[in-house]
Write a protein that binds this ligand. Structure first.
Ligand code: 5GP
Ligand code: ZN
Length: 118
């Protein structure tokens, strides 16, 4: 499984993987990286990304091994932080709020979360 970063030079999250942009790392796996969101929307707001550049869920859906790795990362973060309740969000497309086009899971917790989201 080739999940190492391909180093897209114009991608913010590839720069974080490469260490060119600093981030507060929560967990670091060979296939995925978890780090704190710079603009937290809850007491816990962690982003989980693949180290290899994958743009969005649509692209991730073509690579089941990568999808499994990302889900494993989400579960590992929740266990690491002792979260019993949390929300996982993938914004897909600009209209849904995606601003960084390197697929990432938002892991939100530490407070009550309303439903439905806006
Ligand atoms: P999206 O809007 O694409 O679903 O989520 C992108 C997330 O990346 C946002 O929640 C935003 O706060 C976060 N973000 C943007 N720039 C940076 C950065 O330089 N470092 C970190 N750690 N998070 C960032
Ligand atoms: Zn990228």
């Amino acid at each position: 499984m080739a999940l190492a970063s391909e180093g897209m030079t114009d991608c913010l999250f590839c720069k974080i993987v490469a260490g060119d942009v600093p981030a507060t790392v929560v967990l670091d796996d060979s296939d995925w990286l978890a780090f704190e969101d710079i603009g937290p929307k809850a007491p816990v707001h962690v982003l989980v990304i693949l180290k290899r550049h994958v743009a969005d869920i649509g692209e991730l859906a073509t690579d089941p091994a990568a999808a499994a790795a990302l889900v494993a990362g989400i579960g590992s973060v929740a266990a690491h932080l002792g979260l019993s309740s949390y929300r996982t969000v993938f914004n897909t497309g600009a209209e849904a709020g995606q601003s960084v086009f390197h697929v990432h899971a938002h892991v939100l917790g530490g407070r009550s979360l309303g439903w439905p989201p806006g």
